[in-house]
Write a protein that binds this ligand. Structure first.
Ligand code: PMV
Length: 333
């Protein structure tokens, strides 16, 4: 019987977002596509304990309150499903600032599901692990697969790989902007938009179209060994990514009361990207449910994009990244 497993997973940032859930099993209302980032890694150790309760450390601090409750309820769901027995000590840390909107729930729940999976009484396929990751956080199901991964809506496989990391010639520069902590988490925020945004149904209809178009573009243009996309294909990808993000934020903004996740620097980074495009650098921005901006570019433009982003006022830190790997166990005893 194993006593301890250490799992790693990488955060992913959606190129095509989901914002809205179905009722069952935390399934999203629309399909989405995310890029896993090697520079944003969560490492989670799961250890059996003889204590009467689970305990959780997050970035070196004992978890309390809502954070602890959410993780214990998650492990309870595994126990109730008959996959686990006994209690666990869980210690999780990120090698990036656990700032709001930095996709930490994607790597967090992918690493936790992978770590718990090592103790499972029945072997779990990647697809079953993705199902469990999704119960923690929708985007976590994409981090199970790494590279460019999709999150589906239906009863079948919840998520899967669209392109392996080595076949994705894209990079991202995450711009962490000066901003206070976000107030409304994604789970609650998307439920508010579903209930009270007049743009919700237009957003979900557009999201489905955007998903289909990007999935087709990936099938056509992402080829093993191809170091970069043709310029026109990358332009189309970038326009889709930016427009899809802005449509999601339009839905958020129209929610009553509004969900305004941006800080002044969010807009400044998006404007800068538009200006750089005008000067010949192909780069596009995307923003999750928070103020930070991820700039998407071809890998050969990553260093230049990072250099420009670093100089923008209001940008506290930049994290350039190539595509990341699938979630995995790195140690087991
Ligand atoms: O599933 P969550 O709670 O990580 O929410 C993800 C929400 C967005 O990041 C805004 C969109 C997405 O598809 O990742």
């Amino acid at each position: 019987m194993i006593q301890r497993a250490v799992a790693q997973a990488q955060a992913n940032i959606a190129l095509i977002k989901y914002w809205g859930k179905r009722k069952e099993n935390n399934a999203p209302a629309t399909p989405s596509i995310g890029l896993c980032l090697e520079a944003l890694t969560t490492t989670t150790s799961v250890e059996r304990t003889s204590a009467r309760r689970d305990s959780v450390m997050l970035d070196g601090q004992a978890a309390r309150g809502e954070a602890l409750r959410r993780i214990v309820a998650y492990v309870d769901a595994w126990r109730t499903a008959g996959l686990l027995e006994g209690n666990f000590h869980i210690a999780s840390s990120n090698d990036f600032p656990t700032a709001a909107g930095l996709a930490s729930s994607s790597s967090g729940f992918a690493a936790l599901a992978t770590g718990l999976g090592a103790f499972s009484r029945r072997p779990l396929s990647a697809s079953r692990l993705a199902h469990w990751a999704r119960r923690g956080s929708g985007s976590a199901a994409r981090s199970i697969f790494g590279g460019l991964a999709y999150l589906a809506t239906g009863q079948g496989s919840p998520a899967g790989l669209l392109a392996a990391p080595r076949d994705v010639p894209l990079g991202m520069v995450v711009c962490v902007v000066d901003a206070p902590q976000k107030s409304v988490g994604s789970r609650e925020g998307m439920e508010r938009s579903r209930a009270a945004s007049p743009y919700y149904s237009s957003w979900t209809a557009q999201g489905r179209l955007d998903y289909r178009e990007l999935a087709e573009l990936v099938l056509e243009h992402f080829k093993p060994g191809r170091a970069r996309l043709p310029a026109a294909a990358f332009r189309r990808l970038g326009e889709l990514v930016e427009s899809n993000c802005l449509a999601m934020h339009a839905c958020m903004l129209a929610t009553r009361p509004p969900l305004l996740y941006w800080a002044p620097a969010t807009l400044a980074v998006l404007r800068a990207a538009a200006q750089w495009r005008g000067e010949g650098l192909a780069v596009y921005g995307t923003v999750d449910a928070g103020p930070h901006v991820a700039l998407v570019c071809q890998q050969r433009d990553l260093a230049r994009t990072a250099q420009l982003a670093r100089e923008l006022p209001g940008v506290a830190r930049i994290i350039p990244s190539c595509p990341g790997a699938a979630a995995r166990i790195i140690e087991q005893a």
